[in-house]
Design a protein around this ligand. Structure first.
Ligand code: ZN
Length: 253
């Protein structure tokens, strides 16, 4: 049940989105938890089972590619079993109806795209895309999976280089294009919806502050404490899966 005060907040947030010049969403792991993907950092998440330095770092790629690939196969399997949830779908719906300009996501799970979002800036890459570390050729997912069914790690048929997912590993820089594209969206935004990200991971966590500094409004949908308390205008301490569909319905009614 939605209380009267929650309803008033939803109406206030809906009005911001209706009158926004450019509204942008900034998402993190929390939006995909209801899709069956535990936050890597939380209890039950992959980082309680694997040491990220051992399986998802530039160092690991160089020194233990087999272990990197064991981890990747488990992740690909986890992501393959997940489905977009009503939170992803609500953001796609807002974009389709021209109430949202795009999504900047820290997630690598491809769920925004599968939900129908078209402008998605993948700040940390995408786990369903692969490329060769040697010649930088993009490797089709099917080719990679066929190779995996025979042996891992996967090597490039053209140059023999190691194939890797197109994600940002620990110790690696954010891809210049993704960073540039995020900045453009953030600079244009006068309303930002922060969803499922508590602001711990740099450098992505500074993006929302830039919207606030340029006079924009911040709507936050996050469970529990976050690092954005000082910049948030309207905050929902709730799951994106519950709040975003209600919000989208009000904006689009
Ligand atoms: Zn190659």
């Amino acid at each position: 049940m939605t209380s009267e005060s929650e309803k008033a907040k939803l109406q206030e947030a809906a009005a911001l989105l209706q009158h926004a010049r450019t509204a942008v969403a900034f998402t993190g792991a929390g939006i995909s938890v209801p899709s069956g993907i535990p936050d890597f950092r939380s209890p039950g998440g992959l980082w309680t089972k694997y040491d990220p330095f051992e399986v998802a770092s530039a160092h690991a790629l160089d020194h233990n590619p087999r272990k990197v690939w064991e981890f990747m196969l488990e992740t690909v399997d986890l992501l393959g079993r997940s489905q977009p949830n009503p939170g992803h779908l609500a953001l796609a719906d807002l974009e389709t109806n021209s109430r949202l300009s795009g999504v900047i996501t820290q997630n690598i799970d491809n769920l925004h795209q599968r939900a129908g979002s078209r402008l998605v800036v993948e700040y940390h890459g995408n786990f369903q895309r692969f490329y060769c570390h040697g010649c930088l050729r993009e490797c089709p997912e099917q080719e990679v999976m066929d190779h995996c069914s025979r042996s891992i790690p996967v090597y490039c048929p053209s140059c023999g280089g190691l194939v890797r997912p197109d994600v940002v590993f620990f110790g690696e820089a954010i891809p210049a294009q993704a960073h540039q594209h995020s900045l453009e969206l953030i600079q244009a935004a006068d309303v930002l919806i922060i969803v499922g990200t508590s602001g711990e991971v740099a450098p992505a966590n500074v993006l929302p502050r830039q919207v606030k500094l340029s006079g924009g409004k911040i709507i936050e949908v996050n469970l529990g404490q976050t690092h954005y308390a000082d910049i948030t205008d309207i905050r929902f301490d709730a799951s994106a899966e519950q709040v975003l569909p209600q919000l989208a319905a009000m904006v689009l009614e």
